[in-house]
Design a protein around this ligand. Structure first.
Ligand code: NI
Length: 138
């Protein structure tokens, strides 16, 4: 088994806001991230898959095909969108980096399996300093 990673990029807006809470409580927990009129991030998404090296190609996965899958099912749906309102697979989810990474894992799993490899890690960077890694555990 070998691990290989493809990076993709998207820009999106969101806010972190729990409608069950008061304005004060939201402001206390989420700070600037609860800004009612949204704010944006330049996200970097690193998709790591694992597989065996094919003797004919020397590849574990065709990165062009992996890139098309990530763009088609994930980044094209997120890029320049409002993560709270515009994305079918984020509906009813607080669009934290954690929740977005888990949702991306679920979306990509069947498509990665169809390439004869397995998803290993979704790393989603919201800022230069903050990122999450999800390996599929609950
Ligand atoms: Ni934010």
């Amino acid at each position: 088994m070998i691990h290989i990673t493809r990076r993709e990029h998207f820009n999106a807006a969101h806010k972190l806001y729990n409608p069950k809470w008061s304005e004060e409580q939201n402001a206390e927990v989420f700070g600037k991230c609860a800004n009612p009129n949204w704010h944006g991030h330049n996200y970097n998404l690193y998709v790591t898959v694992k597989g065996k090296v094919n003797q004919d190609t020397g590849f574990s996965v065709n990165l062009k095909e992996l890139s098309v899958i990530i763009r088609t099912y994930v980044t094209d749906k997120l890029d320049h969108k409002n993560l709270n309102m515009d994305v079918d697979f984020l509906k009813d989810l607080m669009p934290s980096t954690e929740n977005v990474a888990i949702a991306i894992w679920k979306i990509l799993t069947p498509h990665v399996n169809a390439l004869d490899c397995q998803l290993h890690c979704i790393k989603l960077c919201e800022t230069e300093n903050n990122y999450v890694e999800y390996f599929g555990e609950q």
